[in-house]
Write a protein that binds this ligand. Structure first.
Ligand SMILES: [Zn+2]
Length: 280
């Protein structure tokens, strides 16, 4: 599932390739995940891409006419830039015909992703506030003090699921939550209240370090994530723990283990990340 680095990679590529480009037509092939309705996309015909933004894992395509498409890629959503006339796959749910003989496909095999067309001016109130998104980790204003204040307000929560909730750090999912816990030498099931200042700093530092490294390498294609050009990101061989169960810990050499935490797989090092003592 695409997380912050993957969505950010796509955002940067779209910004570079598509700003100023005009939408000549939109073809909806599966409208089940387009809000408020597939017809709403008609309002974009004749408009130009103005800018691309990202909030948490949401990709924001802003248009010259004051509208925005909010896209959540969920499990398998992707945008692909193609030559005009290329036949869309059966998973291409919407095809945007662009100027300069190119098409932009929104593809989604599992159909969990969605597109929401709305006024750009309403984003803050109707989306960001409602979702309760916390700070953006790549923003320089996201300090350890801010992170600590948010997480320590919820002492009984387990650290890994809390990282994935979006309220204390926006944009983290299963991959980078595992990475952050490993870096901070914290077992994913430890409660926030049981963590020392040093451990919290480790988790915070690990989150930032793993996200930044992945953005630099154009994301982790650990599942079927592909970028705007259908290419894989380069970060998977550099992951510390995610997807590496049974392989040696990069710090101590112990065999990494996989368990379930809050219904999701979690990979950790049994030596570096000691399990919580009972009740903690
Ligand atoms: Zn280890």
């Amino acid at each position: 599932m695409p997380e912050l680095p993957e969505v950010e990679t796509l955002r940067r590529q779209m910004e570079k390739a598509l700003v100023g480009r005009k939408i000549l037509g939109v073809e909806v092939r599966f409208g089940g995940r387009i809000r408020p309705s597939p017809k709403a996309l008609d309002a974009l015909v004749g408009a130009r891409f103005k800018a691309f933004g990202r909030r948490a894992k949401l990709l924001l395509s802003h248009f010259s006419n004051g509208l925005t498409i909010v896209t959540h890629l969920k499990m398998t959503g992707s945008y692909l830039l193609k030559k005009a006339g290329e036949s869309p796959t059966k998973h291409a749910h919407a095809v945007f015909h662009l100027d300069k003989k190119q098409d932009l496909w929104f593809e989604d095999v599992r159909k969990f992703g969605f597109l929401k067309i709305m006024k750009t001016a309403d984003l803050e109130k109707e989306i960001f506030d409602k979702e309760g998104y916390g700070p953006e980790p790549l923003d320089p204003s996201f300090t350890f003090a801010k992170f600590k204040m948010c997480v320590t307000g919820r002492p009984s929560k387990k650290i890994k699921p809390l990282l994935m909730e979006q309220s204390c750090i926006a944009g983290i999912g299963n991959i980078y939550a595992d990475e952050a816990c490993w870096y901070g030498k914290v077992h994913p099931e430890r409660t926030v209240g049981s963590l020392s200042e040093k451990e919290l700093k480790g988790v915070y530092g690990g989150a930032l370090k793993s996200l930044r490294a992945s953005v630099k390498r154009l994301g982790s294609s650990s599942d079927n994530y592909r970028d705007l050009y259908g290419e894989k990101g380069g970060n998977v061989p550099h992951l510390w723990v995610y997807g590496r169960e049974g392989k040696p810990c990069r710090r101590c050499g112990a065999k990494l283990k996989k368990i379930r935490v809050a219904q999701r797989g979690a990979v950790y090092c049994p030596t570096c990340q000691k399990p919580p003592r009972s009740g903690k």
